[in-house]
Design a protein around this ligand. Structure first.
Ligand code: AMP
Length: 405
């Protein structure tokens, strides 16, 4: 670790994870003059291409993690599946943001839902099971249909199954224990007939002062985020209620950093918190910058990364307001686009024909794989439907194969 420059605002910040979220957070920290150290087992982690101070070691490497913690003033993480056992030993020595219990709660879907229940945050009915036989027994009593998820470790729809009848119950039991494990913590959830998925980011500092971002509308394809629209197409009272729920969740967990609350919005009558004709449910939490929050780098006066950087450097927050009327949209660029085009590069020269696209970010990942997040772009349009159309149009243009010359 280099010596701290005298002009630095404060901290040497350690980030566990050198993926695109860590890479962009590091950028915001450098802007403030902070020193940044990154830790990632992957020698090709995107942040490595841009930043020098990267420790390459396993998440379970106690000695490497202890050294990492000893060289910085504050540690945060860019994804919540870091091993909490080792971190628990080290997190007492320096501030660990957004908090150790935030990490352990958000690593476990059952703990998340129990927290919701304890704090009056709206959620789908749920039940726990821990082996294949219990899944069948609890599932029948719970009532079909339902979604069963592994309580720990799953993301982007991995480790979950939809159970609609006895045959799919058997399939789910086989699939979730296919690795031979006898026991595994599972959560069964009622299927929420949502009309929209949304997310809301809260930034909260050590004194408990919080700023809440506008609500984002999220669209997934095959369980992976496809686009994020801001502002979400919701009546103001529903958006306000969603922001209130997100703020209550951040307070309940005493978050010092960022908390993203992923929400379902359904029609009233389906349970959840009713606001007019709508009902809101918490789906899950992410205690870190969020994929949907990429839109804030271009759409709001404060980005999610700048907000977290300020909290880590103990600088005041400001209110994240939309920079313009109309609609902003973030479209993910997945590896599929590269694979379909069959070329190492997309047709970025087409950007010239798409002035509505304000920003393109590429993570510098070595290999395109189906569903892998390779980059994203943000576009602005006068209204939401034009913004959503802009996503498909720009992706089509990037994938277009042009004859050489
Ligand atoms: P998750 O990994 O929990 O975010 O789930 C991935 C996706 O599965 C969500 O974005 C939803 O589209 C869907 N999903 C998860 N839980 C439920 C639920 N209880 N009801 C309806 N859809 C769900």
């Amino acid at each position: 670790m280099i010596a701290r420059p005298s002009s630095s605002v404060t901290a040497r910040v350690g980030i566990l994870g050198g993926g695109q979220l860590g890479m962009m957070l590091a950028g915001s920290l450098y802007k403030l003059g902070a020193d940044v150290a990154l830790y990632d087992p992957d020698p090709h982690a995107p942040a490595r291409r841009r930043y020098a101070h990267v420790t390459t070691a396993a998440w379970t490497d106690r000695a490497a993690l202890a050294r990492f913690f000893s060289e910085v003033d504050v540690v945060t993480y860019e994804f919540e599946n870091v091993d909490a056992t080792v971190i628990t030993e080290l997190a007492g020595s320096i501030p660990f943001r957004p908090g150790l219990s935030v990490l352990t709660t958000t690593q476990d879907r059952l703990a998340e839902k129990r927290l919701c229940r304890a704090h009056g945050l709206p959620h789908a009915r749920f039940e726990a099971a821990s082996c294949a036989d219990e899944l069948r027994e609890v599932g029948r009593a719970f009532g079909l249909p339902f979604i069963v998820k592994t309580a720990r470790g799953g993301y982007d729809g991995k480790g979950q199954a939809r159970v609609v009848d006895e045959a799919s119950l058997d399939r789910a039991a086989a699939q979730l224990f296919a690795d031979g494990a006898a026991r595994r913590s599972l959560i069964l959830e009622e299927i929420v007939p949502f009309t929209m998925e949304a997310s809301c980011i809260v930034a909260r500092d050590a004194a408990g002062r919080a700023e809440v971002f506008p609500v984002f509308e999220n669209h997934h394809e095959r369980h992976v985020l496809d686009w994020t629209l801001v502002p979400a197409r919701l009546p103001p009272a529903v958006a306000d209620a969603a922001r209130e729920i997100a703020l209550d969740a951040a307070r309940a967990m005493d978050v010092v950093g960022l908390l993203t609350t992923e929400l379902f919005v359904a029609q009233a009558g389906a349970g959840g918190r009713t606001v007019g004709e709508h009902a809101i449910f918490v789906n899950e939490f992410a205690p870190r910058p969020h994929n949907s929050g990429h839109v804030t780098r271009t759409a709001t006066t404060l980005s999610q990364f700048d907000a977290l950087a300020r909290i880590l450097c103990e600088l005041p927050l400001s209110s994240p307001r939309l920079l313009n009327d109309g609609a902003f949209v973030m479209g993910n660029l997945l590896g599929d686009l590269w694979l379909e085009r069959g070329a190492p590069h997309l047709a970025f020269e087409e950007w010239a024909r798409h002035p509505e696209v304000l920003d393109v970010v590429l993570y510098g990942k070595h290999e395109a794989r189906p569903g892998r997040k390779m980059g994203h772009f943000v576009a602005h349009a006068p209204d939401p439907s034009q913004a959503i159309d802009a996503v498909a149009a720009f992706r089509r243009a990037l994938g277009q194969a042009h004859p050489a010359g």
